[in-house]
Design a protein around this ligand. Sequence first.
Ligand code: SF4
Ligand code: SF4
Length: 111
Amino acid sequence: MAYVVTEPCINCKYTNCAAVCPVDAFREGPNFLTIHPDDCIDCDACVPECPVEAIYPDDEVPEKWEHYIELNERLAEQWDEYVINETKDELPNADEWAEKEKSESDIQEEW
Ligand code: SF4
Ligand code: SF4
């Protein structure tokens, strides 16, 4: 099992979640964070830190976001060198984006 970052995280990146992870499981993309399933130890610490409820255990991911399980795995490999384990400033317009409809096509994959 592992925890998974889902759609509400796109363009937010408040990063409170990454700072509390005891095993540095988070990887950073330009406008999205993922959890590396090989690193996550299912401790649950990141879940209450996320202000937009983007993080779920993989067996509790809402059906509409189930494809994010595979997406986290793929992007965590792609961004493997971009470990993030501290908070940084959120992206500009993060509050505005938190309210918006978005989809995985809004994820910027290339740094
Ligand atoms: S706190 Fe939530 S929205 Fe912010 S970076 Fe972490 S998972 Fe994404
Ligand atoms: S559940 Fe624990 S180990 Fe997994 S990503 Fe969250 S804080 Fe890290």
